[in-house]
Structures are given as C-alpha cells and as structure tokens.
Design a protein around this ligand. Sequence first.
Ligand code: GH3
Ligand code: MG
Ligand code: MG
Length: 442
Amino acid sequence: MHFPQISEITTTNIVFIPRQAMLSEAIDVMLSSEHRHVFITDGTDYYVLSVYDVFRVRREKGDIEFPLNDLDMLKIPTVFKEKNILETLEYLHNDFEYMIVVNADGSPYGIVSQSDILSSIDPDTLMDTYRLSDLLKIKKRNRWVDKHIITQELFELMEQYNHDAAIVIEDQHPIGIVTTSDVLRLLKNRADLSLPIKHYMTKPVETVPESCTLNESLQFMKDKHFKRIITVDEEGRLVGSITQKELVSIAYSRWARMVQRYQEELLNVNAKLEQKSRKFEKIAGTDPLTGLYNRLKFLELFVTEYTMMVQRHNALSLLVIDLDHFKRVNDSYGHNVGDEVLKQVSNLLLKELRSVDILCRWGGEEFVALLPAADGKDAFFIAEKIRKAIEKISVEGLPHITTSIGISQVREEDTLYDVVERADKALYMAKIAGRNCVKSIL
Ligand code: GH3
Ligand code: MG
Ligand code: MG
C-alpha cells in the first residue's frame, strides 16, 4: 500500500481570487469551474467562500454586487506539499473541507480536499466487498423534497443544513435534482424564487441500484463526474443519497478498523511465537531426565559468571559431583530405578545449593555446580553439605547412595575445560581415597 505525499493528490490549477475583488467575480469563477467553493487570498491568509455565503449575502443585502473585503469568510489552514498524507489525517476531524497546499516558501501550490485525502488511501479489498446497502444503513441522509416546494424555501433549507444537493421526488421516485451550481445560476440570473422547484430542477436524475459495490459506485461517480450518487431499490424508489466523500470516509474508517484488527491478531501471533521460542530455548538448554541445565546452557552461563568474577574480582568455584558405584544400582535394580535416583539426587542438589549457584547434568551420573562468590573454603563447606545430604537419601529397597566431589576454584587464565579438568582430578583423588568424600585442587 502506498501513502502518497500531499503534493501528489493536490489540485493545482486553482484560481485564487484576490480579496479586493467583488462577490460577482467570485460567482463567475464558481460557475465556470462548477465548484461550490472558491478560494480567496489577501496575500497572507486564505479563505473559502461557498454558494451559501452568496445566498446569505443576497438575502441579507438584497444584491450580489458586494466587495469580498466586507465579508466574513472562513480562514482555512495550510499544509506543506511535502507532507505525507498520513500526517494530515488529523485535519479530517475538523470542520475544514479543504486545505491550501503551500510550497516550502509559503507560496500557494494548490488545494486538497478531505475527500482527496480519504480516497487516496486505497482500501481496495474493502471497496470490492461492501455494498452500498450496508453503508446506507449507517449513513441514511435522505435530502429529498417534494416537487411542489417553493424554490426560495428549498434554498433556505439547503443553506441551513449545508446540503450540496436536494433530490426532488414524486411518489417516492426521484425525478430531479438541484445542486449548488443550480442555486448559484438561479441567483446570478435573478430567477423568480417564488416558483416551485419543479421549474428549475435538472431532470431526469441518474440513479444507482443499492446493490452496487463501493468500487462500482466510485467508478460511476468518476465516469460521470458526479460528487454524489442517488440510490434506488429494485422498484426505483429512492433509498438515499451518499456523497463520494461520505463513501470514502466510511470505507476508510472500516479499513482502519480492519487494519487495527489485523494488528491485534499479529500481536497475538507474535506473543505466541515468542512464548514458543522461549519454550524451545528452554528445551534446548535442558536435560530431559532431570530438568537441569545441560552442558550447552552451562557453557553459556559459565561465560557470564566468569565475566562477573573478573569484573568484580570475586571468587568462583566449581564442583564435579559423581555418584559412587552407580553402575551397581543399574545392574542390580534396573535402569528405571537408576533414573529415579538421578531425579531424586538432582532435586536434592537444587535444594542444598544456594539460589545463585548454577547446576548442570554434565552427563551420566555426573553433575557440575558453579558457585559464584565462593572461594575454595566456601566451596568445600557447600560440597560437604551436599555429600552428607545425599548419604541420607533413602530409596525404598536400595542401599544408601554416596557421592564423591572434586572442587576447583576458577582462575582468570582458565577456560571451562581447564577448571573442569582440575576438579576432575580432585574427584579422582576422592575416588581413590575411598569415595564418599570431598577433595580440592584449587
Ligand atoms: P564410580 O564410583 O567410579 O563413579 O563408579 P560408577 O559405577 O558410578 O562409574 P561409572 O562411570 O563406571 O558408571 C557410571 C554409570 O552410570 C554407568 C551407567 O550405568 C550409569 N548411568 C549413566 N547415565 C545414566 C542414566 O541416564 N540413567 C541411568 N539409570 N544410569 C546411568
Ligand atoms: Mg560414578
Ligand atoms: Mg562417572
């Protein structure tokens, strides 16, 4: 989807009438351009003059020969032509139907209307999907009048409600239309406004069935240069009228809601994916039997702890914990019982270690624990605590299990491999010293 710059949708062939001109000159421009508005400037500010301003002046002053300078006119905002159209959407919430597009030096470049902005936001799918009948349910604005209404009264009604057209009906069927150009022409020609409107309306009136899609309707308006369509039911009875601006603005707000919904869905999907990826990350770093960290994750955590040790000049110790004669457990009681013991030992180790310690299943019946801020002495104390606790585990029908533990303190020049190798040597010393004991090589 492309959101254009304001300059891409600006109408540039605009005649700006000087504020010193007369009202009749403004009317001539309106009639020749077939617009219900003309733009006035005093060189600094910009104003807009509408058909109904003309009608008001004629009613109040009795004439249209009047200097523009003496009129109160609506000042309209300006926008730089380089702006992206999305930056101008805020203007759509105010009363201004138009904005003056200016060059970087402030000189006028052209005008842009609210409907230009809305229709350049391209809600294609929406346009093809929704039917006029859907929209008319929301926006039912029947500006219809009976063919016998007096022209002057109709003009006053149109002025009061700021209508840009009135549909004239007979027996519920649209038979004619009066637009603001008609109003202007009649004023200019000093027509007799006390006659019923049927004398002045344009007829016949072209209608569109209410089953048309938005796209078809907008295409129809484009082909015919109509600003509005009049919709009828299957019997040709008036259903309603809707302007191009209303159509696109409804389409746009639906489109915006749709985008918002998609965005919410995307956020949901993203959250789920993130959850999944966290789960996978956890699985990738976990030993399936015991739920402890595996070697891969341990290496990552070791690097973090090692960095902290160096930065903070702290101690860091490592334990290699190996169950004694574990092969015998498997051989005598079966592998499942062996697994159960491994799980119990894991839980116990987690319980006995401090919350800052990092425990991993190194492989088989061997565990490695990393003890931040613990020197050899602290590590020995913790290892002894573990050894004694494991000795106390009792699994039904099984003789007591024992462990041997090797300790080493991490040195700045160490890799993980170096420190594990020293702790392994200490473990070997414990094994040859008769098992169920703790040895260190610091
Ligand atoms: P030592 O006191 O010298 O350490 O003797 P050990 O029998 O514990 O040592 P060894 O390394 O010879 O044997 C380790 C045994 O651990 C071998 C295997 O039967 C058992 N083992 C390793 N991984 C698992 C496992 O995932 N589940 C079970 N049930 N047993 C395992
Ligand atoms: Mg062993
Ligand atoms: Mg072993």
